[in-house]
Design a protein around this ligand. Structure first.
Ligand SMILES: NC(=O)c1ccc[n+]([C@@H]2O[C@H](COP(=O)([O-])OP(=O)(O)OC[C@H]3O[C@@H](n4cnc5c(N)ncnc54)[C@H](O)[C@@H]3O)[C@@H](O)[C@H]2O)c1
Length: 370
């Protein structure tokens, strides 16, 4: 198959969909890979690294879309890319259709086959192509939180791990899923006093079993949250209710019960945030202060560490990309239900229920194609 890797053109997006190592794998399977010049630069991969494993470089994004049977990228296509996508072309990337009507309509009009990373789903309902970014954001939340606890950055001036003779910082993590677990591991490793709150008792049991002694678990309730916020230095928002907005677990009135310089990191900002005072911020201007409480709520946290994020993402996407390239999307999706659930739009038909419902568009069952 002819595979194309365009350079990401969305603002501040430095990731790339294939590493040189990924290209090598696809070449080993007999495929032709076109990579746009400097596509890997933002993630630290030079053009020569791609050519050395057999990729062919193309100067423009138009060339890449023009030649490829399968486009593999990272972010959803932006407006400038809409008209580049061709009929029958397979596009494998994050789409997040349900939150973007113009993109959905453009992809329907393109008659391309759109396979979305975010809806590839395993039998246990986990989302293998979202997990790597949650892992990055979870770990990063503690790195950022520790930084903003420093006094010059308006934090409480407390070192996360303390020192001998001085108590460590107290970290409270709302939600013990992927983000919360990775955050807890980082905070615990730095020596902080950590508590994870979740609504799921089985999850709390599991975390209690596997976490080190400086991580405690607590049932999530308004009462417990109100008690905890009074003396916690760093609070991480990591809850998710699939398909819904995040619940507001920390309300505006609670800020006055926190100590000045407390840091709130709302990783769930992309689902509306789980703190009432959350508003999305960017890496250029990541924080703001309300009632002496520092808020960090960057909607695209992994974007700040493109090297790690690119490798983490491609570790997860490559096995699927190889199946698609080897078999073509129809056979690959027929044989792999996880991939099949990634199909959102096929040749003008919306085949994913959530997307058709979001915009009241006709739904076509997948049986028409598979
Ligand atoms: N900002 C970013 O850059 C970024 C990056 C990756 C993920 N995220 C977001 O982080 C959030 C968490 O993702 P995840 O992969 O960890 O999800 P997950 O499904 O693995 O975990 C969510 C956890 O929240 C728990 N939960 C639900 N309601 C709760 C409540 N009221 N109190 C306490 N816990 C509750 C669930 O039981 C679950 O364990 C999502 O909104 C995701 O989109 C943001």
């Amino acid at each position: 198959m002819i595979i194309g890797v365009p350079k990401e053109i969305k603002n501040n997006e430095n990731r790339v969909a294939l590493t040189p190592s990924g290209v090598k794998e696809l070449k080993r399977h007999g495929h032709q890979v076109f990579v746009q010049k400097t596509a890997g630069e933002g993630s630290g991969f030079a053009d020569e690294e791609y050519t050395s494993v057999g990729a062919e470089l193309l100067p423009t994004i138009e060339d890449v879309y023009g030649k490829a049977e399968m486009i593999i990228k990272v972010k959803e296509p932006i407006e400038a890319e809409y008209q580049l996508i061709k009929e029958d072309q397979l596009v494998f990337t994050y789409f997040h259709f349900a939150s973007h009507e113009p993109l959905t309509k453009a992809m329907i009009d393109s008659k391309a086959v759109c396979l979305a990373y975010e809806t590839v789903e395993k039998a246990d309902r986990s989302l293998p192509l979202l997990v790597p970014m949650s892992e990055v954001a979870g770990r990063m939340s503690i790195q950022q939180g520790a930084k903003y606890l420093e006094k010059p950055l308006k934090g409480r001036g407390i070192l996360l791990g303390g020192v001998p003779g001085v108590r460590p910082a107290k970290v409270m993590i709302l939600g013990g899923g992927i983000v919360g677990t990775e955050a807890a591991k980082m905070a615990a490793g730095m020596g902080a006093d950590v508590t994870i709150l979740d609504l799921s008792l089985p999850r709390l049991r599991y975390l209690d079993d596997v976490m080190p002694a400086n991580v405690k678990t607590l049932m999530s309730s308004e009462y417990n949250i109100r008690e905890m916020i009074k003396d916690h230095d760093l609070i991480i928002g990591a809850v998710l209710i699939p398909g819904a907005k995040a619940p507001k677990l920390i309300t505006r009135d609670m800020l006055k019960d926190m100590r000045p310089g407390t840091v709130l990191v709302d990783v769930a900002v992309d689902q509306g945030g789980c703190f009432e005072t959350t508003k999305p911020t960017t890496h250029q201007d990541p924080t703001y202060i309300i009632d002496d409480v520092v808020h960090y709520s960057v909607a695209n946290m992994p974007g700040a560490v493109p090297y790690t994020s690119t490798l983490a993402l491609t570790n997860a996407t490559l096995p699927f990309a190889i199946q698609l390239a080897n078999k073509g999307w129809e056979k690959a999706c027929k044989e792999n239900n996880e991939l099949k659930l990634g199909l959102n739009v096929i040749k003008g038909d919306v085949v994913y229920k959530g997307v058709s419902e979001a915009f009241d568009l006709p739904y076509t069952p997948l049986d028409k194609y598979i």
